[in-house]
Every structure is written in structure tokens, then in C-alpha cells.
Design a protein around this ligand. Structure first.
Ligand SMILES: [Zn+2]
Length: 253
């Protein structure tokens, strides 16, 4: 029964399947306030084996506890209604990473492109969906932001599951290329992705983006969630007032 329903559009699935919080299972909500709060704890991500060249990266949440099933429900189970709260969490991380940069440059959000295999198996590019929501949230908060599909994949990459951090890095080298003549014209380039674990993907993507002419400052990154290491990274300074409205609880139920 469930497998037969898995392929139908989520709007229809909402009518067929009872809603519950993707994090904890609380009924009648897409995401309960308690789980939503876990998506609003921006902090610097620090992978265990900090790869050389890993860009300054802010995560909105720790990839642990109820956050894991929330991200996976969106990514792997097609719960499209989670794009809004997760996109808002990503916007929060983007806003926080901008705090570390002088001035208030416009933002160019560059989604890490999906592999062909991932696109085939999921039938969608979930990171681009998150990016679109994040751009809309940032603009609504008065931040000049745009999506830039600057990167594309090239060649064939092995499935990275089961590889060590070093092997992942080697597997990824040469994975990305700039998709065309792009001049960010003074914008801060912010790589965006759903989850950072080893940091290998962001490091390789940032390396390619460093060569972009016209960008403001170094490439930085923002993600929904980062695999935590103990002790957790320091919390970031309070956000600008104009970004206070960015809360994953908004519009989530
Ligand atoms: Zn919950």
C-alpha cells in the first residue's frame, strides 16, 4: 500500500496519508514547533577531519536527533511540504554566514549540483528546491539575493557511501566545473547544500568557485544541517534585526 502511494504527488499524498511531524511524529503538523526550533541554531560547521580549503560554513542545525528524519523525509521520501521550513532554515544559515563578511554584499546562492544518479533516483533536485525557497525568504527579509546555477557536474563519480574522507576527496576531485561565463559583480558567493558531513563536497565545489572573477571576498557556504562533533561549534552572534522574521516555525503547519 505505502509503496504504491510513494510515487504520487505529495499534494495527493497529503490527502491520503495523515500528516505528522517529520521529526518526532506528532500528529496534525508538518513540523512541530519543538523540531522546528532545532532548525534555527546557526553555528559554524566543523567536519571531524577538517579538509584543507574547507570554506567557512554555517549550518542552521546539527544533523542529529529529529533533524535527521526531517531532512531525509524531504530528500528521500518526497515530503515536498518540508521545502518551506527547510528552505527557511537554509536562509537563516546564509544570513548568518554573511555576518562574517564586511559590508552587506548582495548574495549569489550557488546550489551544489546533484549527480546524474541522484537526479535519476529522486526525480528532482531537492537542493535547488531549498535554494529557491531560501532566496525568496532572504528577499522577503530585505536581503539582495539570487540563485546562481554556476556549477555543474562533470564526469562520473562513484557513490561515496563507504568511502573514507580521503577517498571521498579523491573521488570528487574534478567533479565540478563552472557552467558558463559568470560574473557575480560584487556578490558574495554562498555555496548551499542540504547536509555537510565530511566537508569534501563543499571543499571541492569552493575550490572551483574561487576562480570566479568579480566575486566579493572568499567563497563561503551555508547548509541546513551539519554532522555534529563534540563539543559543538560556538553559537553565532544574534542576527540582524531585519532577519528576525526568518523562523522555520512560520508557515510550517
Ligand atoms: Zn516534531
Amino acid at each position: 500500500m505505502l509503496s504504491a502511494i510513494a510515487g504520487v504527488p505529495s499534494a495527493l499524498a497529503d490527502l491520503v496519508l495523515p500528516r505528522c511531524c517529520a521529526g518526532c511524529g506528532e500528529p496534525q503538523v508538518v513540523l512541530c514547533p519543538r523540531c522546528a526550533r532545532l532548525l534555527a541554531t546557526p553555528h559554524l560547521a566543523s567536519p571531524r577531519r577538517f579538509p584543507a580549503g574547507f570554506p567557512p560554513t554555517v549550518a542552521a542545525a546539527a544533523y542529529a536527533g529529529p533533524v535527521r528524519p526531517v531532512v531525509n523525509a524531504f530528500k528521500e521520501q518526497g515530503r515536498a511540504e518540508l521545502a518551506a521550513p527547510l528552505g527557511t532554515a537554509l536562509a537563516l544559515a546564509v544570513a548568518a554566514v554573511r555576518l562574517g563578511v564586511d559590508g552587506e554584499p548582495p548574495l549569489l546562492l550557488v546550489p551544489v549540483p546533484a549527480s546524474r544518479a541522484a537526479l535519476r533516483s529522486r526525480g528532482r533536485d531537492h537542493v535547488r528546491e531549498l535554494t529557491r525557497h531560501a532566496v525568496a525568504e532572504l528577499r522577503a527579509a530585505g536581503v539582495v539575493a539570487a540563485e546562481g546555477r554556476v556549477l555543474r557536474r562533470r564526469g562520473r563519480v562513484r557513490d561515496s557511501s563507504g568511502l573514507s574522507a580521503g577517498e571521498r576527496r579523491a573521488n570528487l576531485t574534478g567533479t565540478f566545473e563552472v557552467a558558463g561565463p559568470v560574473r557575480p559583480a560584487g556578490a558574495l558567493v554562498v555555496l548551499v547544500d542540504d547536509v555537510v558531513t565530511t566537508g569534501a563536497t563543499l571543499t571541492e565545489a569552493a575550490r572551483v568557485l574561487q576562480a570566479l572573477p568579480g566575486a566579493a571576498g572568499p567563497v563561503v557556504a551555508a547548509v541546513v544541517a551539519a554532522t555534529p562533533r563534540a563539543p559543538a561549534g560556538p553559537p553565532l552572534a544574534p542576527l540582524h534585526g531585519d532577519l528576525d522574521r526568518l523562523s522555520p516555525t512560520r508557515g510550517s503547519d
